[in-house]
Design a protein around this ligand. Sequence first.
Ligand code: FE2
Length: 189
Amino acid sequence: MGLTEWAYSLSESLLSDPLPRRWAHSLGVAERARSLGPIMGDDAELLEAAAVLHDIGYSPAIATTGFHPLDGARFLRDQERADKRVVRLVAHHSCALLEAEERGLRQELEGEFELERPDLVDALLYCDMTTTPDGTPTSSTERMDEIVHRYGPDTIVGRFIQRAAPEIHAAAKRVEGRLAQVSADSQPM
Ligand SMILES: [Fe+2]
């Protein structure tokens, strides 16, 4: 089985039944990942696999600490013996270190999982932060407003997302810049 095929089937088995909206979001994030094909080169499949798996830690079947990037990455590492790069991307998706800090789990997360290459980290963040909870495309500004509204500004997630906002916008800008560059380069002279 190929990397992406395995990733879709694993994510579906963990999310689609107990958390259909989270599954719809994951499919949308994976679709965004496919749209980054022109800038991903040989890493296109890796990004798509990480995209469809990034939120599996929410699945009641594997949630243990309640911090989904850590639970998802531990499951992929220990139960699935998954590709290291997929595991690292899931562990650190969308500024997870900042949320880990709010939860007192920073040492666990950074002690167990290395960060992947910055351009891959940016790409996954972009895909997640420009996709609504229902899986449709949005902007990073609207996405963050929605998160703060859904969780409340003075909750763990609300505080985390407000601290992460500058990095999220900067990463989204970097990815959009790379996309624009590739499309400018491919225009006929
Ligand atoms: Fe997530």
